[in-house]
Write a protein that binds this ligand. Structure first.
Ligand code: 13P
Length: 288
């Protein structure tokens, strides 16, 4: 397996620091793929196993209206434990401390409370609260500074507020957060206008903090954009919309082309759609 060639021992369910250490070691980024049902989990872990690459599977609190957490949480952790490569199970864009507690209770190995819309001091306070909780479980913590554009399963569309590098330094020093999500012109969802990423800002944040950086809103970015971001310290890249779209596209093609669509073939097609999208991104992130 490629993982063995890299001299790295994979052990299934791991925290985010473990996969970030791996990414730092090989100068690549780990893909963090959003999942909303069983087929999405299966597609993501199949791509990870086949490429011998550690992966993060994640779910955002806002998505739980469609994908109840009490069903998704245990299923994600169980899938990670049975996978032949390292898998980190992450809470993406947690909105409440209750959800963070629930995630840690299910055995999530990484959590994010998105306090990016709160004032700077409150973001620090909330992040430190989350870190205190997570450390008891050996889980890692991601926080966000600046505001990523678009929306994450949310009706509200947010305008980008670029991450200030000096504030990022203060934030990472006062929290000791494991990974920092940055706002450099990236946005969640399908882009209405193609984004111009501020790599100069990313570069400054990377040099000034030395903390693994997270790029949200990966859907629609080009391979070159990913590669430049990785060169400038991005170690975790979030992909959601592209996987949801791939699942829907495969389901539509199958249902449209079969006279008598059946659930079992439909399910297999949904897995295939997600698998193809995840694998494509893993290969880009690995070859940086
Ligand atoms: P996309 O839906 O744009 O891929 O964004 C994913 C994301 O950042 C999840 O937090």
């Amino acid at each position: 397996m490629e993982s063995e060639l890299r001299g790295y021992a994979f052990m299934a369910l791991v925290n985010m620091n473990t996969v970030l250490t791996y990414a730092n070691g090989c100068g690549c980024a780990v893909g963090a793929f959003s999942v909303g049902n069983m087929e999405m989990i299966m597609g993501a872990v199949r791509a990870a196993e086949e490429t011998g690459t550690p992966v993060i599977i994640q779910i955002a609190e806002k998505r739980m209206e469609h994908s109840p957490f009490h069903l998704m949480g245990p299923m994600m952790v169980s899938a990670a434990k049975k996978t032949a490569v390292d898998v980190c199970v992450h809470l993406d864009h947690g909105l409440t401390l209750e959800c963070v507690d629930e995630a840690l209770g299910y055995g999530f190995t990484s959590v994010m409370l998105d306090a990016s819309l709160l004032p700077f001091e409150e973001n620090i306070t909330k992040t430190n609260e989350v870190i205190k909780k997570a450390r008891k479980y050996g889980a890692s913590v991601e926080a966000e500074l600046g505001v990523v554009g678009g929306n994450e399963g949310d009706a509200a569309k947010h305008e980008t507020t670029y991450t200030n590098p000096e504030k990022a330094r203060e934030f990472t020093r006062r929290t000791g957060v494991d990974a920092l999500a940055v706002a450099i012109g990236n946005a969640h969802g399908n882009y209405p206008v193609f984004p111009e990423l501020r790599f100069d800002v990313l570069d400054k944040i990377n040099k000034i903090t030395g903390v693994p950086l997270v790029l949200h809103g990966g859907t629609g970015m080009t391979a070159d954009m990913f590669k430049t971001a990785i060169k400038k310290g991005v170690r975790k890249i979030n992909i959601a919309t592209a996987s949801f779209d791939a699942l829907a596209k495969y389901a539509k093609i199958y249902c449209g082309s079969s006279k008598n669509p059946d659930y079992f073939t439909l399910s297999a097609n949904m897995v295939d759609g997600v698998y193809g999208n995840v694998k494509k991104h893993i290969e880009i992130f690995n070859n940086s």
